[in-house]
Design a protein around this ligand. Structure first.
Ligand code: ATP
Length: 290
């Protein structure tokens, strides 16, 4: 059914049984089970979503604009309240611990870090200062210094810019800084929200390699992406979300060959010449259910 056993198949629908199987086999860094989320007490956005990030793996979450990806991340990170949203059903489990409705700061302390969409760095602070803010949950000086050295190893481009104001970095460097800052907390699981958005193809390749390197160093990754080629090429598993439901799930490599995925997402290669807006319109026209 899923990647580790090498069986190349995908499936439709959600399924607690699926996540249970994964959990039993490998242990999970993150389990989302049958999650329902409502905004403003009326708008139902997630409709029974289940997914799992097995420990040590990269899992891609794909979906068109408005599919509910950011909402899922908000639910996992405990940030729904800020957006007047709440979990009305289901659960979120981190490393075996139920964190549904737990507040965001406690979730960070339990080993989760997120790089939000749009490279939210502190533009006025230096590269070094940005990195140090990422360690705000930690008191172990030696560990912080190790994490800092690790970030510098992973991002040689930042080494010579350490004392520079972050706002003057290129888009790619800012994305690296945002990832580096998240790693300063030494997370067990890293959530990345569209890290390739707006970056040149060459920089996207660098980001992809960095995600692989981070994962190889032992961090599990949930990678939310519109760039399906990039995400699926490095992911052990992938999920496709549409209208708040998981409509497809399977090994990353199998999804790359999936006809619907090719039509719906890998058309992006050709669409690279279209405007982003056109791509959005194109995507909205296609429904997985049809
Ligand atoms: P995108 O790639 O455009 O960010 P997404 O897959 O991340 O899309 P979400 O941002 O989670 O999707 O939005 C899912 C749905 O929830 C959309 O219909 C959106 O309008 C709605 N939504 C998001 N935030 C709120 C909110 N605070 N209040 C009400 N509705 C919201």
């Amino acid at each position: 059914m899923i990647g580790h056993d090498g069986v190349a198949s995908s499936q439709t629908g959600t399924g607690g049984a699926l996540t249970d199987t994964v959990a039993a086999r490998t242990g999970t860094a993150l389990t989302v089970a049958n999650l329902e989320v409502v905004y403003n007490d009326v708008v139902l956005v997630l409709r029974g979503v289940s997914l799992a990030v097995p420990t040590g793996q990269i899992v891609a979450l794909l979906g068109a604009n408005g599919a509910g990806k950011t909402t899922l991340l908000r639910a996992v990170t405990g940030l729904l309240d800020v957006h007047r949203g709440r979990v009305t059903k289901g659960s979120v489990t981190l490393d075996g611990k139920d964190v549904t409705k737990v507040e965001a700061s406690k979730i960070v302390r339990s080993g989760l870090a997120q790089v939000m969409e749009g490279r939210r760095i502190f533009a006025e602070l230096t590269v070094d200062e940005n990195l140090r803010t990422g360690a705000f949950t930690r008191r172990d000086k030696a560990g912080i210094n190790d994490a800092y050295d690790r970030a510098m190893d992973l991002f040689p481009a930042l080494q010579s810019r350490r004392k520079d104001t972050a706002g003057y970095l290129s888009g790619g460097e800012q994305q690296m800084l945002a990832i580096g800052r998240a790693l300063m907390a030494d997370p067990k699981i890293l959530l990345l929200d569209e890290p390739s958005l707006g970056l040149a193809p060459k920089v996207v390749e660098q980001i992809r390699d960095i995600v692989v390197a981070v994962n190889e160093q032992g961090t599990s990754v949930l990678l939310v992406e519109q760039n399906a080629t990039m995400a699926l090429s490095i992911s052990h598993e992938g999920y496709v979300l549409e209208h708040g439901r998981v409509v497809k799930h399977g090994p990353g490599k199998a999804l790359l060959d999936d006809k619907d995925i090719r039509e719906f997402y890998l058309g992006m290669g050709e669409a690279g010449r279209r405007s982003f807006r056109d791509v959005k319109t194109y995507r909205r026209k296609k429904s997985w259910g049809s």
